[in-house]
Design a binder for this molecule. Sequence first.
Ligand code: GLN
Length: 270
Amino acid sequence: MCRHLAYLGAPRYLADLVLTPKHGLLRQSYQPRDMRGGATINADGFGVGWYPLSGLRAGRLPVRYRSSRPLWADESFAQIASATEACGVLAAIRSATEGMALVHTACAPFTEGRWLFSHNGVVTGWPRSVAALAATLPITDLITLDAPTDSALLWALARHQLRADVDPARALVQLVTAVADAAPGSRLNLLLTDGATVYATAWGHALVSRSSPDGLVVASESHDDQPDWIPVPNGYLLFGTAAQGAMIRPIEGFDRLRPRTLATSRKETP
Ligand code: GLN
């Protein structure tokens, strides 16, 4: 199981969001609290995308750093993170699904224009189960996937909708239900932001949110023991902004398509 987080709000140092919280992504990379029965660490790379303060004038385009190393082993990122403030962040640590490429381009966030995207989970029966869905994409999208992984294909499918100006919440819901239909039992926690609004699905893995006057955090796991982390129920879509906080609504079709119970082996708990 990978782990991801998004933040929107007042300027924060990347280190304060990703590295220093007691149970933040750094700690989760080697000792996640939610081990799902002793499953795995998240050592197959990481990525962080952020909206730099200086980028506000440049159309809010994010900057992205990805690596195939574990987060704990990247000193260069630690230096950048302690010197970089951002008003929006999407970060992810990866535990590769068995058989999928171990390359930095397989690490979230995936990005185009102002968008940052992450997937925590697995598409069952990959790649055959979603071949028909993949065939709906332009061939140039298929031959330029970031990596030969389920997550990279999910991003290409989401991006195709975003390019067509489909409402982002609608695009994520359609994607989750189409993939769950084609690949039953898939786990599809998605996270998407344009730096102003964050969208997330809870579909097979844990998800929590925390709103404060400073901003909104949406994450796979709470970063500390404070009681203001609110769990997002399985089968729900979350959308929110720094000013409004998080709102949730159920995803239609969840009862029919719900992912199977979380398993315990490394193979089955991406
Ligand atoms: N299946 C995806 C990958 O291999 C995501 C893995 C995960 O959520 N652990 O990159």
